[in-house]
Ligand binder design. Structure first.
Ligand SMILES: [Zn+2]
Length: 409
Protein backbone atom coordinates (compact mmCIF):
# COMPACT_ATOMS: atom_id res chain seq x y z
CA UNK A 1 0.00 0.00 0.00
CA UNK A 2 2.76 2.35 0.94
CA UNK A 3 4.51 2.01 -2.40
CA UNK A 4 1.27 2.58 -4.32
CA UNK A 5 0.70 5.79 -2.36
CA UNK A 6 4.24 6.80 -3.11
CA UNK A 7 3.79 6.14 -6.84
CA UNK A 8 0.52 8.10 -6.87
CA UNK A 9 2.13 10.98 -5.03
CA UNK A 10 5.06 11.07 -7.43
CA UNK A 11 2.86 10.97 -10.54
CA UNK A 12 0.66 13.72 -9.09
CA UNK A 13 3.73 15.85 -8.55
CA UNK A 14 4.98 15.10 -12.05
CA UNK A 15 1.61 16.12 -13.47
CA UNK A 16 1.71 19.35 -11.48
CA UNK A 17 5.21 20.10 -12.70
CA UNK A 18 4.16 19.41 -16.29
CA UNK A 19 1.17 21.74 -15.93
CA UNK A 20 3.39 24.49 -14.54
CA UNK A 21 5.83 23.98 -17.41
CA UNK A 22 3.05 24.06 -19.98
CA UNK A 23 1.99 27.45 -18.66
CA UNK A 24 5.49 28.83 -18.93
CA UNK A 25 6.38 27.25 -22.26
CA UNK A 26 8.43 29.55 -24.45
CA UNK A 27 7.41 30.02 -28.07
CA UNK A 28 9.24 31.89 -30.81
CA UNK A 29 6.97 33.22 -33.54
CA UNK A 30 8.90 34.20 -36.63
CA UNK A 31 7.70 35.81 -39.82
CA UNK A 32 8.88 37.77 -42.86
CA UNK A 33 7.26 40.94 -41.56
CA UNK A 34 6.22 42.12 -38.11
CA UNK A 35 3.98 45.18 -37.61
CA UNK A 36 4.23 46.31 -33.99
CA UNK A 37 0.87 48.12 -33.77
CA UNK A 38 2.53 51.50 -33.17
CA UNK A 39 3.62 52.22 -36.74
CA UNK A 40 6.92 50.32 -36.94
CA UNK A 41 7.78 47.23 -38.96
CA UNK A 42 10.50 44.65 -38.49
CA UNK A 43 11.69 42.50 -41.39
CA UNK A 44 12.38 38.86 -40.48
CA UNK A 45 11.31 39.36 -36.91
CA UNK A 46 10.98 37.15 -33.86
CA UNK A 47 8.39 37.47 -31.14
CA UNK A 48 9.24 35.46 -28.05
CA UNK A 49 6.28 34.46 -25.89
CA UNK A 50 6.60 32.96 -22.41
CA UNK A 51 3.35 31.77 -20.90
CA UNK A 52 0.74 34.40 -21.72
CA UNK A 53 3.12 37.31 -22.22
CA UNK A 54 5.47 38.65 -24.88
CA UNK A 55 9.04 38.67 -23.59
CA UNK A 56 10.97 39.86 -26.66
CA UNK A 57 10.25 41.47 -30.03
CA UNK A 58 13.04 42.13 -32.48
CA UNK A 59 15.24 40.86 -35.26
CA UNK A 60 15.59 37.11 -35.74
CA UNK A 61 17.80 35.74 -32.97
CA UNK A 62 18.88 32.59 -31.20
CA UNK A 63 16.06 30.27 -30.13
CA UNK A 64 16.00 29.92 -26.31
CA UNK A 65 16.70 26.36 -25.11
CA UNK A 66 13.57 24.23 -25.12
CA UNK A 67 11.48 26.80 -26.97
CA UNK A 68 9.09 25.76 -29.72
CA UNK A 69 9.30 27.70 -32.98
CA UNK A 70 6.24 28.68 -35.00
CA UNK A 71 7.62 29.76 -38.36
CA UNK A 72 4.97 31.75 -40.21
CA UNK A 73 7.10 32.10 -43.34
CA UNK A 74 5.96 34.92 -45.62
CA UNK A 75 3.05 35.94 -43.47
CA UNK A 76 2.76 39.33 -41.74
CA UNK A 77 2.41 39.32 -37.97
CA UNK A 78 0.73 42.04 -35.91
CA UNK A 79 -1.01 42.51 -32.57
CA UNK A 80 -4.44 40.94 -32.14
CA UNK A 81 -7.00 43.33 -33.61
CA UNK A 82 -9.47 45.25 -31.49
CA UNK A 83 -13.01 46.10 -32.60
CA UNK A 84 -14.21 48.91 -30.35
CA UNK A 85 -17.86 48.28 -31.25
CA UNK A 86 -19.33 44.82 -31.67
CA UNK A 87 -22.64 43.30 -30.56
CA UNK A 88 -21.98 39.58 -30.11
CA UNK A 89 -25.49 38.88 -28.84
CA UNK A 90 -27.07 39.91 -32.16
CA UNK A 91 -27.71 36.92 -34.42
CA UNK A 92 -29.95 35.40 -37.07
CA UNK A 93 -32.22 32.69 -35.69
CA UNK A 94 -32.79 29.31 -37.33
CA UNK A 95 -35.70 30.77 -39.31
CA UNK A 96 -33.15 33.06 -40.96
CA UNK A 97 -34.50 36.17 -39.24
CA UNK A 98 -32.88 38.72 -36.96
CA UNK A 99 -33.37 37.42 -33.41
CA UNK A 100 -35.82 39.38 -31.25
CA UNK A 101 -37.08 38.78 -27.71
CA UNK A 102 -40.33 37.30 -29.02
CA UNK A 103 -39.10 34.83 -31.65
CA UNK A 104 -39.29 31.81 -29.33
CA UNK A 105 -35.55 31.22 -28.88
CA UNK A 106 -34.62 30.31 -25.31
CA UNK A 107 -31.98 32.27 -23.37
CA UNK A 108 -29.68 29.24 -23.70
CA UNK A 109 -30.10 29.15 -27.49
CA UNK A 110 -29.39 32.88 -27.64
CA UNK A 111 -26.26 32.47 -25.54
CA UNK A 112 -25.01 29.67 -27.80
CA UNK A 113 -25.49 31.97 -30.79
CA UNK A 114 -23.52 34.70 -29.01
CA UNK A 115 -20.75 32.19 -28.23
CA UNK A 116 -20.61 31.26 -31.94
CA UNK A 117 -20.29 34.96 -32.83
CA UNK A 118 -17.46 35.28 -30.33
CA UNK A 119 -15.63 32.34 -31.88
CA UNK A 120 -16.09 33.76 -35.40
CA UNK A 121 -14.73 37.12 -34.23
CA UNK A 122 -11.67 35.55 -32.63
CA UNK A 123 -10.91 33.41 -35.71
CA UNK A 124 -11.00 36.60 -37.81
CA UNK A 125 -8.11 37.96 -35.74
CA UNK A 126 -10.06 40.15 -33.32
CA UNK A 127 -8.76 39.20 -29.88
CA UNK A 128 -10.58 42.02 -28.04
CA UNK A 129 -13.94 43.68 -28.59
CA UNK A 130 -15.93 46.36 -26.83
CA UNK A 131 -19.64 45.68 -26.63
CA UNK A 132 -22.01 48.57 -26.02
CA UNK A 133 -23.95 46.46 -24.94
CA UNK A 134 -26.19 43.84 -23.50
CA UNK A 135 -26.59 42.23 -20.05
CA UNK A 136 -25.68 38.80 -21.49
CA UNK A 137 -22.19 40.16 -22.24
CA UNK A 138 -21.24 39.73 -18.60
CA UNK A 139 -21.43 35.91 -18.56
CA UNK A 140 -19.97 35.68 -22.05
CA UNK A 141 -17.05 37.90 -20.97
CA UNK A 142 -16.45 35.87 -17.81
CA UNK A 143 -16.73 32.43 -19.50
CA UNK A 144 -14.23 33.48 -22.17
CA UNK A 145 -11.89 34.91 -19.57
CA UNK A 146 -11.98 32.07 -17.04
CA UNK A 147 -13.71 28.96 -18.47
CA UNK A 148 -11.82 28.35 -21.72
CA UNK A 149 -14.59 29.43 -24.10
CA UNK A 150 -12.92 30.54 -27.36
CA UNK A 151 -13.71 34.20 -28.00
CA UNK A 152 -12.30 37.69 -27.78
CA UNK A 153 -11.70 39.60 -24.55
CA UNK A 154 -14.93 41.50 -23.95
CA UNK A 155 -15.26 45.00 -22.54
CA UNK A 156 -18.94 45.72 -21.97
CA UNK A 157 -21.35 48.47 -20.95
CA UNK A 158 -24.11 45.90 -20.25
CA UNK A 159 -27.37 47.69 -21.32
CA UNK A 160 -27.05 51.13 -22.81
CA UNK A 161 -28.62 54.18 -21.15
CA UNK A 162 -31.23 56.07 -23.16
CA UNK A 163 -33.39 58.30 -20.96
CA UNK A 164 -34.03 59.76 -17.49
CA UNK A 165 -33.52 62.97 -15.57
CA UNK A 166 -29.90 63.96 -14.90
CA UNK A 167 -30.19 62.53 -11.38
CA UNK A 168 -31.75 59.29 -12.61
CA UNK A 169 -29.03 58.95 -15.24
CA UNK A 170 -26.32 59.47 -12.59
CA UNK A 171 -27.95 56.75 -10.47
CA UNK A 172 -28.07 54.42 -13.50
CA UNK A 173 -24.35 54.97 -14.11
CA UNK A 174 -23.55 53.91 -10.54
CA UNK A 175 -25.92 50.94 -10.89
CA UNK A 176 -24.19 49.74 -14.09
CA UNK A 177 -20.88 49.85 -12.26
CA UNK A 178 -22.28 47.73 -9.42
CA UNK A 179 -23.66 45.23 -11.94
CA UNK A 180 -20.17 44.73 -13.39
CA UNK A 181 -20.13 47.01 -16.45
CA UNK A 182 -16.68 48.02 -17.69
CA UNK A 183 -17.90 51.25 -19.29
CA UNK A 184 -21.06 53.25 -20.01
CA UNK A 185 -22.91 53.44 -23.32
CA UNK A 186 -25.37 56.29 -23.88
CA UNK A 187 -27.70 57.07 -26.78
CA UNK A 188 -27.55 60.84 -27.36
CA UNK A 189 -29.12 60.76 -30.82
CA UNK A 190 -31.68 58.77 -32.76
CA UNK A 191 -30.69 55.87 -35.01
CA UNK A 192 -29.50 56.65 -38.54
CA UNK A 193 -32.73 54.97 -39.69
CA UNK A 194 -34.70 57.63 -37.78
CA UNK A 195 -32.70 60.66 -38.86
CA UNK A 196 -29.99 60.74 -36.16
CA UNK A 197 -31.15 63.93 -34.37
CA UNK A 198 -30.15 64.63 -30.75
CA UNK A 199 -32.48 62.86 -28.30
CA UNK A 200 -31.13 64.05 -24.92
CA UNK A 201 -30.42 67.54 -23.59
CA UNK A 202 -26.84 68.72 -23.24
CA UNK A 203 -27.42 68.59 -19.47
CA UNK A 204 -28.45 64.90 -19.55
CA UNK A 205 -25.39 64.00 -21.64
CA UNK A 206 -23.06 65.91 -19.32
CA UNK A 207 -24.65 64.25 -16.27
CA UNK A 208 -23.85 60.76 -17.59
CA UNK A 209 -20.30 61.56 -18.68
CA UNK A 210 -19.54 63.52 -15.51
CA UNK A 211 -20.81 60.78 -13.19
CA UNK A 212 -19.03 58.06 -15.15
CA UNK A 213 -15.78 59.99 -14.91
CA UNK A 214 -16.30 60.38 -11.14
CA UNK A 215 -16.81 56.59 -10.95
CA UNK A 216 -13.66 55.93 -12.97
CA UNK A 217 -15.56 54.67 -16.01
CA UNK A 218 -15.23 55.49 -19.69
CA UNK A 219 -18.23 56.53 -21.79
CA UNK A 220 -19.19 55.79 -25.36
CA UNK A 221 -21.85 58.02 -26.86
CA UNK A 222 -24.03 57.07 -29.82
CA UNK A 223 -24.29 60.39 -31.73
CA UNK A 224 -25.06 61.00 -35.40
CA UNK A 225 -26.04 64.69 -35.69
CA UNK A 226 -23.39 67.37 -35.37
CA UNK A 227 -25.29 68.85 -32.41
CA UNK A 228 -25.23 65.58 -30.46
CA UNK A 229 -21.53 65.09 -31.23
CA UNK A 230 -20.73 68.59 -29.96
CA UNK A 231 -22.81 68.09 -26.81
CA UNK A 232 -20.86 64.88 -26.13
CA UNK A 233 -17.48 66.56 -26.56
CA UNK A 234 -18.58 69.52 -24.40
CA UNK A 235 -20.00 67.13 -21.80
CA UNK A 236 -16.59 65.56 -21.21
CA UNK A 237 -17.52 62.23 -22.79
CA UNK A 238 -14.71 59.79 -23.58
CA UNK A 239 -15.65 58.50 -27.05
CA UNK A 240 -18.23 59.31 -29.71
CA UNK A 241 -19.39 56.52 -32.01
CA UNK A 242 -21.06 56.98 -35.46
CA UNK A 243 -21.00 60.74 -36.28
CA UNK A 244 -22.22 60.30 -39.84
CA UNK A 245 -23.44 63.94 -39.89
CA UNK A 246 -20.39 65.60 -38.28
CA UNK A 247 -19.24 68.96 -39.60
CA UNK A 248 -15.75 70.42 -39.29
CA UNK A 249 -16.69 72.32 -36.14
CA UNK A 250 -17.72 69.06 -34.41
CA UNK A 251 -14.51 67.33 -35.54
CA UNK A 252 -12.38 70.25 -34.31
CA UNK A 253 -14.23 70.28 -30.99
CA UNK A 254 -13.60 66.55 -30.42
CA UNK A 255 -9.91 67.13 -31.21
CA UNK A 256 -9.74 70.08 -28.79
CA UNK A 257 -11.48 68.17 -25.99
CA UNK A 258 -9.51 64.96 -26.53
CA UNK A 259 -12.69 63.00 -27.34
CA UNK A 260 -12.01 59.77 -29.20
CA UNK A 261 -13.97 59.49 -32.46
CA UNK A 262 -15.12 56.07 -33.64
CA UNK A 263 -16.65 56.37 -37.13
CA UNK A 264 -17.97 53.45 -39.18
CA UNK A 265 -17.05 53.21 -42.84
CA UNK A 266 -19.31 50.59 -44.42
CA UNK A 267 -19.73 47.22 -42.70
CA UNK A 268 -22.66 48.19 -40.49
CA UNK A 269 -24.63 49.65 -43.41
CA UNK A 270 -23.67 47.17 -46.12
CA UNK A 271 -24.35 44.25 -43.77
CA UNK A 272 -27.91 45.46 -43.17
CA UNK A 273 -28.41 46.00 -46.91
CA UNK A 274 -26.91 42.60 -47.81
CA UNK A 275 -29.14 40.90 -45.22
CA UNK A 276 -32.20 43.05 -45.83
CA UNK A 277 -34.68 40.14 -45.95
CA UNK A 278 -33.52 38.96 -42.50
CA UNK A 279 -34.15 42.35 -40.87
CA UNK A 280 -36.99 43.74 -42.99
CA UNK A 281 -40.20 44.50 -41.10
CA UNK A 282 -38.65 44.47 -37.62
CA UNK A 283 -38.80 47.87 -35.84
CA UNK A 284 -37.21 50.63 -37.93
CA UNK A 285 -35.81 48.14 -40.46
CA UNK A 286 -38.27 49.32 -43.08
CA UNK A 287 -38.12 50.92 -46.53
CA UNK A 288 -37.30 54.32 -45.06
CA UNK A 289 -34.65 52.87 -42.75
CA UNK A 290 -32.89 50.97 -45.53
CA UNK A 291 -32.95 54.06 -47.76
CA UNK A 292 -31.34 56.07 -44.94
CA UNK A 293 -28.56 53.49 -44.64
CA UNK A 294 -27.95 53.54 -48.40
CA UNK A 295 -27.62 57.32 -48.24
CA UNK A 296 -25.28 57.02 -45.23
CA UNK A 297 -22.63 54.94 -47.06
CA UNK A 298 -20.92 57.77 -48.99
CA UNK A 299 -21.49 60.24 -46.10
CA UNK A 300 -19.78 57.90 -43.64
CA UNK A 301 -16.71 57.37 -45.83
CA UNK A 302 -16.49 61.14 -46.40
CA UNK A 303 -16.76 61.90 -42.65
CA UNK A 304 -13.71 59.66 -42.11
CA UNK A 305 -11.75 61.49 -44.82
CA UNK A 306 -12.49 64.79 -43.06
CA UNK A 307 -11.73 63.29 -39.64
CA UNK A 308 -8.33 62.09 -40.90
CA UNK A 309 -7.54 65.64 -42.03
CA UNK A 310 -8.51 67.09 -38.63
CA UNK A 311 -5.40 67.94 -36.66
CA UNK A 312 -5.08 66.19 -33.31
CA UNK A 313 -8.26 64.10 -33.62
CA UNK A 314 -7.90 60.61 -32.14
CA UNK A 315 -9.69 58.19 -34.49
CA UNK A 316 -10.41 54.70 -33.22
CA UNK A 317 -11.72 51.59 -34.98
CA UNK A 318 -15.19 50.18 -34.32
CA UNK A 319 -17.41 48.48 -36.86
CA UNK A 320 -20.72 48.24 -34.95
CA UNK A 321 -20.81 44.57 -35.95
CA UNK A 322 -24.34 43.15 -35.67
CA UNK A 323 -26.02 39.92 -36.85
CA UNK A 324 -24.39 38.85 -40.12
CA UNK A 325 -21.20 40.88 -39.60
CA UNK A 326 -19.36 38.83 -36.96
CA UNK A 327 -16.10 37.51 -38.39
CA UNK A 328 -16.05 40.24 -41.04
CA UNK A 329 -14.82 42.89 -38.60
CA UNK A 330 -11.86 43.78 -40.85
CA UNK A 331 -14.14 45.12 -43.61
CA UNK A 332 -13.99 48.69 -42.29
CA UNK A 333 -10.18 48.54 -42.53
CA UNK A 334 -10.59 47.80 -46.24
CA UNK A 335 -13.23 50.54 -46.60
CA UNK A 336 -11.23 53.17 -44.72
CA UNK A 337 -8.26 52.63 -47.03
CA UNK A 338 -10.20 52.23 -50.27
CA UNK A 339 -12.99 54.79 -49.74
CA UNK A 340 -11.63 57.30 -47.19
CA UNK A 341 -7.98 57.44 -48.24
CA UNK A 342 -6.47 56.24 -44.95
CA UNK A 343 -3.10 54.51 -45.18
CA UNK A 344 -3.01 50.80 -44.32
CA UNK A 345 -0.54 51.43 -41.48
CA UNK A 346 -2.74 54.16 -39.99
CA UNK A 347 -5.83 51.96 -39.88
CA UNK A 348 -3.85 49.02 -38.44
CA UNK A 349 -2.56 51.32 -35.67
CA UNK A 350 -6.15 52.54 -35.08
CA UNK A 351 -7.35 48.94 -34.68
CA UNK A 352 -4.49 48.01 -32.34
CA UNK A 353 -2.59 50.49 -30.13
CA UNK A 354 -4.96 53.47 -30.50
CA UNK A 355 -7.95 51.26 -29.73
CA UNK A 356 -6.13 49.73 -26.76
CA UNK A 357 -5.48 53.22 -25.41
CA UNK A 358 -9.14 54.16 -26.01
CA UNK A 359 -10.15 51.09 -23.97
CA UNK A 360 -7.82 52.11 -21.14
CA UNK A 361 -5.70 49.02 -21.90
CA UNK A 362 -2.81 50.73 -23.68
CA UNK A 363 -0.16 49.20 -21.45
CA UNK A 364 -1.55 45.66 -21.75
CA UNK A 365 -2.74 44.97 -25.31
CA UNK A 366 -2.59 46.46 -28.83
CA UNK A 367 1.21 46.46 -29.23
CA UNK A 368 3.84 43.84 -29.87
CA UNK A 369 6.25 44.74 -27.10
CA UNK A 370 7.86 43.06 -24.12
CA UNK A 371 5.47 42.67 -21.19
CA UNK A 372 2.30 42.83 -23.33
CA UNK A 373 -0.31 40.08 -23.53
CA UNK A 374 0.58 37.58 -26.23
CA UNK A 375 -2.32 38.54 -28.52
CA UNK A 376 -0.73 37.92 -31.89
CA UNK A 377 -2.18 37.30 -35.34
CA UNK A 378 -0.87 36.80 -38.86
CA UNK A 379 -2.30 37.42 -42.31
CA UNK A 380 -1.34 35.77 -45.59
CA UNK A 381 0.58 38.48 -47.40
CA UNK A 382 1.41 42.14 -46.86
CA UNK A 383 -1.50 44.35 -45.73
CA UNK A 384 0.63 47.47 -46.19
CA UNK A 385 0.70 46.72 -49.94
CA UNK A 386 -2.88 45.37 -50.14
CA UNK A 387 -5.31 46.07 -47.30
CA UNK A 388 -7.64 43.25 -48.45
CA UNK A 389 -4.99 40.94 -46.99
CA UNK A 390 -6.70 41.68 -43.64
CA UNK A 391 -9.46 39.32 -44.82
CA UNK A 392 -6.96 36.45 -44.81
CA UNK A 393 -6.14 35.94 -41.14
CA UNK A 394 -4.47 32.54 -40.80
CA UNK A 395 -2.92 32.59 -37.33
CA UNK A 396 -4.48 33.66 -34.04
CA UNK A 397 -2.90 33.55 -30.59
CA UNK A 398 -4.64 35.08 -27.59
CA UNK A 399 -3.00 35.24 -24.18
CA UNK A 400 -0.30 32.83 -25.40
CA UNK A 401 -2.78 30.17 -26.58
CA UNK A 402 -2.90 29.32 -30.29
CA UNK A 403 -6.49 29.22 -31.56
CA UNK A 404 -5.74 29.10 -35.27
CA UNK A 405 -2.80 28.26 -37.49
CA UNK A 406 -3.73 27.37 -41.04
CA UNK A 407 -0.17 26.58 -42.07
CA UNK A 408 1.97 28.25 -44.69
CA UNK A 409 0.35 28.53 -48.09
ZN1 LIG B 1 -23.89 49.62 -31.81
Amino acid sequence: MKSIHFVLAVSALTALAAAAQAQDVTTVIRAAKVIDGRGQTIANGDIVVTGSRITRVGARGAVPTGARVIDLGNRTVMPGLIDGHSHLTWYFNRQGRYHTARDGDTPIQSMLAAAANGAATLMAGFTTIQSPGSPEDKDLRDWIETQGLPGPRIITSLNALQRGSPDTLRMLVRQRKELGADMIKLFASASIRDGGAQTLTDEQIAAVCGEAKAQGMRTMIHAHSKESVKASANGGCWEVTHGVFVDQEALDLMAAKGTYFQPQCSLVFSNYLDNRAKYDGIGNYNAEGFAAMERALPLAADAITRALATKGLKITYGTDAVAGAHGRNAEDMVCRVQKSGETPMHVIVAATSVNAEALGLGSRIGSLASGYEADIIAVDGDPLADITTMRRVSFVMKGGRVYRNDGNR
